[in-house]
Write a protein that binds this ligand. Sequence first.
Ligand SMILES: C[S@@+](CC[C@H](N)C(=O)[O-])C[C@H]1O[C@@H](n2cnc3c(N)ncnc32)[C@H](O)[C@@H]1O
Length: 209
Amino acid sequence: MNTNWSKWHDAYANPGSGLGDRLAAVRAQIDRRLDETAPNPVRVVSACAGDGRDLLGVLAGRSDADRVTALLVEYDAELAACAREDAKASPARIDVRQADAAQSEVYSDAGQADLVLLCGIFGNVSDVDIQATVEAAPQLCAPGAEVVWTRHRNDPDLTPSIRGWFADAGFEEVAFVAPDEDQWSVGVHRLAAAPRPLELGRHWFTFIR
Ligand SMILES: C[S@@+](CC[C@H](N)C(=O)[O-])C[C@H]1O[C@@H](n2cnc3c(N)ncnc32)[C@H](O)[C@@H]1O
């Protein structure tokens, strides 16, 4: 990886980057999912979680955060430490794991998630890896789980293919947020098929940026 991902997060503070708007869209979907599942316990998995600001930001504004159990997987030590520090303020049970989120083993003790966050991944890995990750997503899911994912729509726009791969993997589309004035998009897919058991020893993607 050539990118300094810790520094990349600075762009959230830059209104021109669009990242803040994307974050708001992701948070809105997390919030909606938490509303829809209330008052039941909710299990969340976030792969390549960065500093966890999407989930942690939502939890900070909710009075029912204590029903959430979350596993955040992030490779970068600085970002993982930041997420861990921010998670201390939450009544949710949050495990921040500094590990390779592409390795299926990482999730072996996570249990089936009701909400899976795949944000900031699909713009940084090959098309083949995106397809492999989407195909594997049911392995992380509880019945009816939702996956929130992001991808830019720069030419050639891959999002039609990604949405098709989710359909092929047994998901139905809940939302696809794609503003005219910017190139980011946020997709949400709900697992309609049965979840699949976690296959150990799989490596779903490699960052190429
Ligand atoms: C584009 S950022 C997205 C961060 C966060 N999900 C967000 O949307 O703000 C990508 C993140 O993936 C992390 N990352 C890259 N490869 C990884 C891997 N194999 N396992 C875990 N994290 C990884 C980077 O360190 C970085 O924090």
